[in-house]
Every structure is written in structure tokens, then in C-alpha cells.
Design a protein around this ligand. Structure first.
Ligand SMILES: C[S@@+](CC[C@H](N)C(=O)[O-])C[C@H]1O[C@@H](n2cnc3c(N)ncnc32)[C@H](O)[C@@H]1O
Length: 223
């Protein structure tokens, strides 16, 4: 970990402190607090473009590998809809925060805990270490190099996260192994104006307010 950051065990769980920005709140993963909890409790299949992109319906709950798990906000939404979600994250500090956040959430007894119990953090640190065909869908949301405009809009906690993990310059290398692993489809979340991952055109696209979901289809879902 860069010497700018330090992981600390606190009464509220593991926290990442940005030493050069002492006024910023330490970063923790708490699925029961804030936006993550609100989204998990109040969202609907119709209002989440991510659910549509991955092919989640009332009856169909595809198994998912989230191969760029980050803070697992998207993964939590998918688990909330009933999908089993396996998480891959390569940054050691983010992995540590995730493991801690998952464990704390899974120990509760409410519906968020139930969703958290559908999530598993894999030992793999890249999708290319995963056996083919073990999930219906692979989801990718690598960091996109930030532009000046985007940087100004980024919230404080996200600034810290971006400073920690950087901009995933090797993101193009995720697509082919993801296609080798997914039974049905690979879904890539991109900023609306970003080029296609690895320059490869998707079979379908779905746009939401802030993002675009590029959908690469290996085969259609069985009905
Ligand atoms: C934009 S964040 C993902 C945010 C996530 N979708 C969420 O909802 O919280 C991207 C994450 O992917 C991780 N990552 C990037 N490339 C990766 C790779 N090749 N293998 C595993 N993790 C990767 C980064 O470390 C970072 O934590």
C-alpha cells in the first residue's frame, strides 16, 4: 500500500485513512449505512439499468462474477435481487475492506445481511485465474482514466478510492478472459462517452443517466 494510506482497526470495523488528507472521513465498507443500504432497500428491477443489462428478471437470477468488485456497491444491488455474486478484487487494501465489510454485514439478521450472504470474495485476484463456465454472467467496471471535469465532480470518498487504486490502465485485458468464463454474457460498465473495452464492439448497449452498459453475448439465456 502507498505510504499515503493506512488501514486501521476501529470499533466500527476496518477503516482506510488517507494520511495526507486528515480531514477526510476514513473509508469503510458498511452495507447497512448510507447510499448502499438505501439502494439495497428501495431499489426495483425497473429502476436499475444494471439489472436489465445483466438479464436479471423476477424469475431469472443469473449467477455473477463481479471481476472488478471495488466497494461492491453494484454487487450489493445484484445480490439484493437474489443473484449469487462472486467477487474478485486485486487491490489488497480494498480486498481487506471488502472482507471486513462482508463479514460484518453477514452477521446481521435483516434483508441486507441476507443479500450479503449471497456474496463471496474469491481468492483469485484476476478473472484469468478463474475456471471457465462457473458463472452465468461476468460483470466488469474498471476505473476509467479521469478527466479534469470528472475529477471535479467526484465525491470526497470516491476521490480517496480513486487515489488509492489508480486508473486501471490494463482494463482491456479483462474482456477476453471474462468472455471465456461467462456462460451467457459479459457486461461492461463505462462512462457514456468512453470507447469500448479492448476496442471490441458489444452486441447490445444500454444507457442509464450516468453510464453505458456494453453487453457481450456468448449465448442467449434459456427461457
Ligand atoms: C470502479 S471500481 C469498481 C466499483 C464497483 N463496481 C462498485 O460498485 O463498488 C474498480 C475496481 O476494480 C479493481 N480492478 C481493476 N482491475 C482489476 C483486475 N484486473 N482484476 C481485479 N480487480 C481489478 C480496482 O482495484 C477497483 O477496486
Amino acid at each position: 500500500m502507498s505510504s499515503e494510506f493506512e488501514l486501521r482497526q476501529t470499533d466500527d470495523g476496518l477503516a482506510l485513512v488517507w494520511l495526507t488528507e486528515p480531514k477526510l472521513q476514513p473509508l469503510r465498507i458498511d452495507f447497512h449505512q448510507g447510499k448502499s443500504a438505501y439502494r439495497a432497500l428501495h431499489t426495483s428491477l425497473k429502476s436499475e439499468a444494471i439489472a436489465k443489462a445483466l438479464g436479471v428478471t423476477g424469475k431469472r437470477k443469473p449467477s455473477v462474477i463481479d471481476a472488478t468488485a471495488g466497494l461492491a456497491r453494484d454487487a450489493m444491488v445484484l445480490a439484493g435481487f437474489g443473484c449469487q455474486v462472486q467477487l474478485i478484487e486485486r487491490h489488497p487494501s480494498v480486498r481487506a475492506l471488502l472482507a471486513d465489510g462482508l463479514l460484518r454485514a453477514q452477521q446481521q439478521t435483516d434483508s441486507i445481511a441476507e443479500a450479503a450472504r449471497r456474496m463471496t470474495l474469491l481468492a483469485a485476484t484476476h478473472i484469468n485465474q478463474v475456471e471457465g463456465g462457473i458463472a452465468d454472467v461476468v460483470y466488469l467496471d474498471p476505473m476509467y482514466p479521469k478527466t479534469g471535469k470528472r475529477k471535479a465532480q467526484v465525491k470526497k470518498d470516491m476521490q480517496m478510492f480513486q487515489q488509492l487504486v489508480g486508473s486501471d490502465e490494463d482494463a482491456d485485458e479483462l474482456l477476453q478472459p471474462a468472455l471465456d468464463v461467462a456462460r451467457y454474457r459479459v457486461v461492461v460498465k463505462r462512462p457514456a462517452s468512453a470507447p469500448f473495452l479492448a476496442g471490441i464492439e458489444p452486441n447490445q448497449q444500454l444507457s442509464s443517466k450516468k453510464h453505458r452498459f456494453d453487453i457481450y453475448i456468448n449465448q442467449g439465456f434459456e427461457s
